[in-house]
Design a protein around this ligand. Sequence first.
Ligand SMILES: Cc1cc2nc3c(=O)[nH]c(=O)nc-3n(C[C@H](O)[C@H](O)[C@H](O)COP(=O)(O)O)c2cc1C
Length: 178
Amino acid sequence: MTDTDSTKLFEARHLRDVLGNFPTSVVAVTTSDPNDVPVGMVVGSFTSVSLDPPMVSFLVDRSSSTLPKILAAGRFCANALASDQEWLCRQMAKKGADRFTGVQWQQSAHANPILDGVVAWVDCTIDKTVELGDHYLVVGLIGDLNVASVKRPLLFFRGGYGDYTSTAQLLLDSHLRY
Ligand SMILES: Cc1cc2nc3c(=O)[nH]c(=O)nc-3n(C[C@H](O)[C@H](O)[C@H](O)COP(=O)(O)O)c2cc1C
C-alpha cells in the first residue's frame, strides 16, 4: 500500500481518535541552546529502545520548531512528568509560551535541564535520527538516568490527562476502609 492509498483510507481525525485510545506517558524533552537558554517540548511518544547499548527514543513532528534546537545541541533529557504537573505539560506544549516560567531545574551531566518534581529522568546524547513519514524518530544513547520522586506519573488518554492508580493500591484502600 502506498502513502497515498493510506491517506485515502484513514481520515486524520479517525487516526487521532483511535490512536488516542492507547494511553501514553507525558514526557518533557529538554535541552539548551548555545547561550545556555533552556529549551523544551512535550512528547507522548517516548519509549525505551535497547538495554545494551542503553537507548531510548521519541518522535517529533517534522514541522516542530523545537526539533532543530534539540538536533543542534545533540543531546536531550527525557523528564517523566508527575500527575501534579499538568500545568507544566500545558505550558511546555504551548507555542510561543515561555515554557520555563516558574520551572525550577538542575543541569544534568550532559548540560540538559532536569526538571524539579518529575518522576524520573533519562539524560542522553543523540545517537541517530530517522525520518519516518511526517515525523523524525530521535534515538538517544543514555548517559545517566534516575528516579527522582515517588510521585505517580501524568498520563494522556483519549485527549485528556489522568493519574495512574495501581490495582494493588485500590485493593489496599478498599481493605483499609473496613
Ligand atoms: C500530551 C501531549 C503529547 C504530545 N506528543 C508529541 C509528540 O510525541 N511529538 C511531537 O512532535 N509533538 C507532540 N506534542 C506537541 C508538542 O508538545 C508541542 O505542541 C509542539 O512541540 C509545539 O511545536 P514546536 O515544537 O514548534 O514548539 C504533544 C503534546 C501534548 C500535549
